[in-house]
Design a protein. Structure first.
Ligand SMILES: Cc1cc2nc3c(=O)[nH]c(=O)nc-3n(C[C@H](O)[C@H](O)[C@H](O)COP(=O)(O)OP(=O)(O)OC[C@H]3O[C@@H](n4cnc5c(N)ncnc54)[C@H](O)[C@@H]3O)c2cc1C
Ligand code: SF4
Lengths: 752, 285
């Protein structure tokens, strides 16, 4: 029976209430541990197609007569267009259409950041469109750009309201503390740099619009584009079959989709609008910089008496404040917590969600502060964290649906225990040390999401859902779930995904939610099919349904009978058994979160400031693990991305004009494979007993969260230097080392 | 400039190549630097002369053909260690397979202002945007007019190794191939228009080494690169990433003369550490 319920929806910590209709979810979770297919390593089902170049990404979409777009972007931090003459561009070779700010609300004549789109040209080739761009006559009146976030907060030039949070009485907590530490931490602006740049190809056919786009949410694109053009959602088809990464920055259509769709309508041709790498690094989002002024108070035994933080986020011209205070509010059992967060409006590119937005930044500050506190208390950092363990959620005053962070800490001990041996390997200018940091994040997923499964007379299953695989291995995990439920080997499960015309609604792939949202729906749909197959087999062989089950591609009966699945389904010729499933609600009144700890080993050359991360052990509690192989590659990817954030990546601006100086990948330094340390992944694989028919949470974001703090804490362990600013470049490392030396000299001076 | 407006010629002989690299033409070797510069409109040309077939390539004794790739050099036992290491630590394997040593010496600055087309001193303008702006990768020597940091690792090694550059017109010591930009002459390479580097003569030292500090383990330009080469009792030092040209340093005390910008002071410290290590590495015994 369809059941109407009101439920909570959470995306990256933002809760909304919504009505949903769900089918009764009567499935019990599988027992803990590896099953036949689920819980066992599976190579990506899309791997060969990707490796052979057969996988069709948006960048590969070629339609007959397709035009290419070049976008005129503001070269200035802040400017007004006083004259815009597109006539000469329209006459340039190959040009088929232009678009002005008057025609498209996603273009502007008052650009507020370098790279904001002003006009667009569509031509037969990209080179022609680019050449035509140079012919546009444009005059700019330049306005002095605002670039200093603290200054913006002082002037109250904010994005959104300041976010204030208090529980208990932080002042009293500080007064009661035996030890207080205070420090300012800074994190830089980093750029997503997904391999595939933001792009769409749009084509109109008889009042219907098809959008091929690199997106994390085909249904979100469908809804927003339909609204923009004032047409019913079912007249928009959104396709994203393969995707070259999003990391949070591809959850909405983006200007490029609207520009392509509008130029397509104007010219009657399919139109591609794809960002170049430089445009990508100007105008497709970023992780905003933060300034975190933090304080912690504790009793001698390590019990936290107060935590406080003032967070300034350099949001940019637009975008949202990500919850940088989240970890401070959520991670520890501290009764007195006060935070305030300001989002500074600046003439810089808008931020966009970037893999655990806010929590990556906030965890760096908080977990470094905890280690500074541990040093001052003379306490083992791991022990300090244990002593402030939160048994229930103090923000919403709820029990956790499941929390095994203590078990993560226990599993971290052997890695943490390597400290003496690692330190003893210091030699010459190289100092070695070990550091750790904890992780807290969301990752529950939620309804609605739907899936269909069909089994044909050949005994093969086909899973169909309108989700998307953003490169995280979703298709493989979903195929494993269906295979498990149907008792089929993985190679007898096909999966179709990424097309809003060819599958039911499925959740956004953001907030570590794809597997926990889509997985239960797929299992329910597969179970619907399994039930029907058993019913059919029981009638065919005159047996009771309860003695029948599906295993290894067979229908087997308790008395030893066994029939190949295709023997049963083969009865029907062209008929199919169709199952449908939906995602049930999250447990009411509970906080569903993910947890973990990472232990980093580093070597620091104290003469040149070189930092080498040698080993990272990552232990995370994310509920049931569907595919250990896919999961470990998520962990490795998150850690490598975190490594770049920690050591080498930063968007640099010209302080005068606001121009982005690091638009290309020689200037913007992502880690290379030579930078990658040994990564040891340990996932607890304990199903959350309250969460869905799978007990699985998401893993996309957790692994990037504690990496920076674990590395910074290892650097402190190795050298005694407090690095409080990301990235930890040579200059920051050498500065911190000098500061530590001065501190030592002062101590020695006062002692002598 | 769009590619279609460019013509490409492929001379088979050196004489032809020399004749063709004239006004409006530009020598094209591996193209790893030139092609992006043309695409970005930072270098203009109407003809590209592909000199690869014409240029000497390979290593014979102390002579290195200008068309030799960095990949060839890093693998050759005949090449002094400093140059081999400088090549090995440069760029990426793909770029080293394409990039030639001749082109490497002629490569343009990586200063982000220059690469983004800011009308700065080196582009013929009247101010250096980096000095007052973002300059963490910039110079600590010779930086009054232009604060750019020379990107070539091999050039620093060749400087320490006392190499001689042979062109189609003359032989010049490598120190004279580079000059700081002045009001009258902004180009840091002292080649005449159309002059082609044909080969390098690289004397064999008793010991040599190249050390490089980067923002990541591989595939980054030098924050500081230090080459040291010992000929008998004399040690020569060449530095990359510290001045608008490869920088010859008389000795470690030379670092006291550095004029770092606020954002480049850390480079002096790195240079000091690497110099000490390089001197140890080439010390006799
Ligand atoms: C991403 C990236 C990273 C890099 N990292 C490093 C690094 O870490 N260290 C480093 O040292 N280098 C680095 N480089 C530079 C690279 O080594 C050079 O681009 C390469 O060596 C140039 O050789 P080429 O044959 O490709 O020259 P081209 O690009 O063909 O030519 C470059 C210039 O030299 C001129 N030229 C070429 N041959 C001759 C000749 N025989 N005589 C006179 N003029 C000539 C051309 O006209 C042009 O002006 C990097 C380059 C890139 C793109
Ligand atoms: S350092 Fe040289 S190249 Fe860079 S902005 Fe200054 S003058 Fe121009």
């Amino acid at each position: 029976m369809a059941r109407l319920i009101r439920t909570e929806k959470e995306v990256e910590g933002k809760y909304t209430e919504q009505w949903i209709v769900v089918e009764e979810d009567s499935l019990d979770q599988w027992p803990e541990g590896p099953q036949t297919t689920v819980g066992r390593p599976a190579a990506r089902v899309t791997g060969p197609a990707r490796a052979r170049g057969e996988a069709e990404y948006t960048a590969d979409v070629q339609l007959p007569g397709m035009l290419h777009t070049a976008v005129l972007r503001s070269p200035h931090g802040h400017a007004r267009v006083t004259r815009l003459e597109l006539g000469p561009a329209l006459e340039a070779p190959g040009v088929r259409g232009v678009l002005t700010p008057e025609e498209c609300e996603h273009l502007t004549s008052e650009p507020g950041y370098p790279g904001e789109p002003v006009a667009a040209v569509a031509a037969d080739t990209f080179a022609q469109a680019e050449a035509a761009l140079a012919r546009i006559d444009v005059d700019w009146e330049i306005v002095e750009p605002r670039l200093d976030p603290d200054d913006a907060v002082r002037r109250e030039e904010l994005i959104g309201e300041p976010q204030r949070y208090e529980r208990g009485d932080a002042d009293r907590g500080l007064a009661e503390a035996d030890v207080v530490v205070e420090a300012e931490y800074r994190t830089q602006t980093v750029l997503h740099n997904a391999l595939e740049t933001h792009q769409s190809v749009c084509v109109w056919e008889g009042g219907r619009l098809t959008v091929y786009t690199s997106t994390q949410f085909i249904w979100g694109v469908r809804a927003e584009v339909a609204e923009h053009f004032g047409i019913p959602e079912d007249r928009v088809r959104v396709v994203c079959r393969y995707m070259g990464g999003g990391f949070g920055a591809k959850t909405t259509p983006g200007e490029y989709t609207y520009i392509a769709a509008q130029l397509a309508r104007k010219t009657g041709r399919p139109v591609r609008c794809a960002l170049t790498r430089r445009e990508e690094n100007l105008a497709s989002g970023n992780r905003h910089a933060t300034i975190q002024r933090l304080v912690a108070g504790a009793r001698e035994d390590g019990t936290l008496t107060a935590l406080g933080g003032e967070f300034t986020m350099a949001v940019g011209w637009d975008g949202f404040q990500s919850s940088t205070a989240g970890p401070m509010q959520m991670l520890y059992a501290c009764d007195n917590v006060r935070t305030v967060e300001y989002g500074a409006k600046l003439n810089t590119g808008p931020n966009a969600a970037f893999r655990a937005p806010g929590f990556v930044e906030g965890t760096f500050g908080l977990e470094c502060l905890l280690d500074e506190l541990a040093a001052k208390l003379g306490l083992d950092p791991l022990e300090l964290r244990r002593r402030n363990y939160a048994d229930s959620d103090l923000v919403d005053d709820r029990p956790f649906s499941s929390k095994n962070l203590l078990e993560c800490y226990r599993r971290a001990e052997p890695h943490w225990g390597r400290r003496d041996e690692v330190r003893a390997r210091s030699e010459g200018p190289w100092r070695r040390g070990v550091g750790l940091a904890s992780q807290i994040w969301y990752g529950a997923g939620g309804p609605p999401s739907y899936a269909w499964v069909r089994v044909g007379s050949d005994g093969r299953a086909h899973v169909i859902t309108g989700g998307q695989d953003i490169g995280t291995g979703t298709t493989t995990a979903l195929a494993q779930i269906a295979a498990e439920e149907l008792g089929l080997p993985l190679d007898r499960v096909e999966i179709s995904i990424g097309d809003s015309d060819r599958g039911p609604y499925a959740s956004i792939s953001a907030g570590s939610s794809t597997t926990p949202s889509l997985g239960p729906a797929v299992r329910a749909a597969a179970a619907d099919v399994a039930r029907q197959i058993v019913e059919v087999a029981a009638q065919r062989h005159d047996l009771e349904e309860r003695v029948l089950s599906l295993r290894d591609g067979n229908v087997v009966s308790a008395d030893g009978g066994s029939w190949g699945l295709e023997e049963i389904t083969g009865l029907f010729d062209d008929a199919q058994i169709i199952g449908k499933g939906s995602r049930g609600p999250n447990p009411t009144g509970m906080r569903v979160l993910t947890f973990g700890v990472q232990v980093a080993e580093v070597a620091v050359d104290v003469e040149t400031g070189e930092i080498r991360v040698e080993r990272i052990a990552a232990i995370h509690d994310i509920g049931r693990v569907i595919n250990p192989l896919g999961a470990s590659s998520q962990v490795e990817g998150g850690i490598i991305q975190g490594l770049g954030h920690t050591l080498s990546e930063q968007r640099l601006l010209d302080p005068e004009s606001g121009a982005v100086l690091t638009q290309t990948l020689d200037a913007y330094k992502l880690p290379t494979i030579a930078d990658v340390p040994e990564i040891v992944t340990e996932l607890l694989d304990i199903p959350d007993p309250h969460l869905t028919n799978l007990g699985a949470k998401g893993l996309g974001e957790p692994p990037i969260i504690p990496t920076a703090a674990a590395i910074a804490n290892a650097i402190r362990d190795a050298t005694g230097a407090d690095v409080r600013s990301l990235p930890i470049t040579r200059e920051e490392m050498l500065r911190a080392l000098e500061e530590a030396r001065e501190r030592e000299r002062a101590v020695a001076g006062s002692a002598g | 400039m769009s590619a279609s407006e460019l013509s490409l010629v492929r001379p088979a002989s050196l004489a032809e190549a020399v004749a063709q690299v004239e006004n409006g033409a530009r020598a094209l070797a591996g193209g790893t630097d030139l092609v992006p510069l043309l695409r970005d409109g930072l270098v203009r040309a109407d003809t590209l002369v592909d000199v690869r077939a014409a240029l000497p390539r390979g290593i014979q004794g102390t002579r290195i053909g200008a068309g030799t790739t960095l990949a060839d050099l890093e693998r050759s036992e005949e090449v002094p260690r400093a140059l081999r290491e400088a090549c090995r630590l440069a760029a990426s394997p793909q770029l080293r397979n394409m990039g030639t040593i001749g082109g490497n010496l002629r490569q343009a600055t990586r200063c982000w202002y220059w690469r983004l087309g800011f009308p700065c001193f080196l582009h013929g303008g009247d101010r250096c945007h980096a000095r007052a702006g973002e300059h963490r990768e910039h110079a600590i020597f010779g930086n009054e007019r232009c604060a750019s940091a020379h990107p070539s690792d091999p050039a620093a090694a060749l400087l320490a190794l006392c190499a001689t550059v042979e062109t189609d017109r003359r032989a010049i010591p490598i120190v004279e191939l580079f000059r700081l930009p002045t009001d009258d002459e902004r180009d840091v390479v002292a080649l005449e228009p159309g002059e082609l580097i044909l080969s390098l003569d690289v004397p064999a030292p008793d010991a040599s080494v190249y050390l490089k500090a980067m923002d990541r383990r591989r595939f980054a330009f030098a924050l500081v690169g230090v080459a040291a080469a010992r000929f008998g009792g004399e040690v020569r030092l060449g530095l990359a990433g510290v001045a608008p040209i490869p920088w010859l340093l008389a000795g470690p005390e030379g670092l006291d003369e550095a004029t770092p910008l606020p954002g480049t002071a850390y480079k002096v410290q790195i240079a000091r550490a690497l110099l000490g290590r390089a001197l140890d590495a080439v010390a006799p015994g």
